[in-house]
Design a protein around this ligand. Structure first.
Ligand SMILES: NC(=O)c1ccc[n+]([C@@H]2O[C@H](COP(=O)([O-])OP(=O)(O)OC[C@H]3O[C@@H](n4cnc5c(N)ncnc54)[C@H](O)[C@@H]3O)[C@@H](O)[C@H]2O)c1
Length: 261
């Protein structure tokens, strides 16, 4: 019960890394309110996770790119529990890979809204309450935000900005004893990753390449992502403004990188 009775908000908690966070925090005794756009999946998951306990999971339908939905998420959590101890800004999307020539400016603006501006808005809405509890924020960034990635200019830009935003906010909120950290996953096997596999010309090869990109020889699991977030929330009390890589060693060593020659 490492986080017993703490009140946690997770955006995008119905599948993938967000689901891992919901499950791990509820196992640690927390009361978690999570949002996603698909109500049926979210409600079914909340029932199943709460039945296992010892904490609770509550689903609220909401689109993080709509500020009114984020406000309803925060206000609903306060009405239900009266406090917020931890905000996990996880919801985000990786568009299919293509060169800059094929991305429109409108697509980039929409992705900035979804991946980045939503985090700014959720932090603004939750911070007055996190300051009261001396709580903490965890923003889901990505390893590619610092490494770059082929044919992913828009996504990489949103993630680099999340890591930078996290550091700037950590400086300001230290005055209130609120910690702000980011997590940068490399390859964690989730429905989003499966989307990329399904879209690849050779899906089996794509999956094998994904597993082989780590020195540990496999992708991470959603539970491993949740456990890192729980450590940051529950135990890492002298840690703020740090980007935590969760990569199985994907960024280590040299290898063939050019497609020339
Ligand atoms: N899976 C990886 O390998 C990986 C690597 C690096 C970073 N990330 C980041 O981790 C986060 C989660 O990724 P994932 O792989 O679990 O994705 P996923 O697509 O499997 O799950 C995303 C979750 O976010 C929700 N969501 C999506 N758009 C939403 C919106 N507009 N409003 C509310 N909820 C929304 C979905 O319903 C789902 O619950 C993302 O921010 C992603 O960029 C993932």
């Amino acid at each position: 019960m490492r986080y017993a009775d703490k009140i946690v908000i997770v955006t995008g908690g119905s599948k993938g890394i967000g689901e891992g966070c919901v499950r791990v925090f509820v196992e640690a005794g927390a009361k978690v309110v999570f949002c996603a756009r698909n109500a049926a999946a979210g409600e079914a998951m909340a029932r199943e996770v709460t039945a296992r306990g010892p904490g609770e999971a509550h689903f609220v339908r909401g689109d993080v790119s709509k500020v009114d939905d984020l406000r309803a998420l925060v206000e609903g959590t306060l009405r239900r529990f009266g406090r917020i101890d931890c905000l996990i800004n996880n919801a985000g999307w990786h568009p299919p890979h293509k060169p800059i020539d094929d991305f429109t400016v409108e697509e980039f603006r929409a992705l900035l809204d979804l991946n980045l501006v939503s985090i700014f808005a959720a932090c603004k809405l939750a911070l007055p309450h996190l300051r009261r509890t001396k709580g903490n924020i965890i923003n889901m960034s990505s390893l590619v935000g610092t490494m770059g990635q082929i044919h992913a200019t828009t996504y990489v830009a949103t993630k680099g900005a999340i890591t930078a935003f996290t550091k700037a906010l950590a400086i300001d909120e230290a005055a209130h004893d609120v910690r702000v950290n980011s997590v940068s996953p490399g390859n964690v096997y989730t429905p989003l990753w499966q989307e990329a596999i399904d879209a690849a010309p050779d899906p089996a090869r794509c999956r094998a390449d994904g597993e082989a990109a780590q020195v540990l020889g496999r992708m991470g699991t959603i539970e491993e992502a949740g456990k890192l977030c729980l450590f940051l929330a529950a135990e890492a009390t002298f840690t703020t403004g740090v980007d935590h890589i969760l990569s199985g060693g994907a960024e280590l060593g040299y290898g063939r990188k050019t497609r020339k020659g």
